[in-house]
Design a protein. Structure first.
Length: 98
């Protein structure tokens, strides 16, 4: 069994990156959901691919599709960050940026 480093630098770095990922991805989700689905809807509704106003599509389907993509991106980013953290704990070295 490995013991975590006593300086907590890896754990602090892990949580800084985790919060940065969450902040960036939630900002992207808000921009797509509210920006394209609500604020830019009148402009986007002038385009009608497949006979559907684009602003309506972003409000109904685009924000959901974006959210699913964001969940996938978060899972991939966190898998990479988890591997980095476990490597740091196993080696008990001072934390280096992932």
């Amino acid at each position: 069994m490995t013991h975590p480093p006593t300086d907590h630098s890896a754990r602090n770095a892990y949580w800084r990156w985790n919060l940065a990922y969450m902040g960036a991805l939630l900002t992207l989700w808000a921009a797509v959901s509210f920006g394209l689905g609500i604020a830019a809807a009148p402009y986007l509704n002038t385009y009608e691919p497949f006979g559907i106003p684009l602003g309506f599509w972003f409000a109904q389907q685009g924000s959901i599709a974006t959210f699913v993509i964001i969940i996938l991106a978060y899972a991939l980013l966190m898998n990479r960050l988890d591997r980095w953290y476990h490597d740091q704990v196993a080696s008990s070295q001072p934390a280096q940026t992932p």
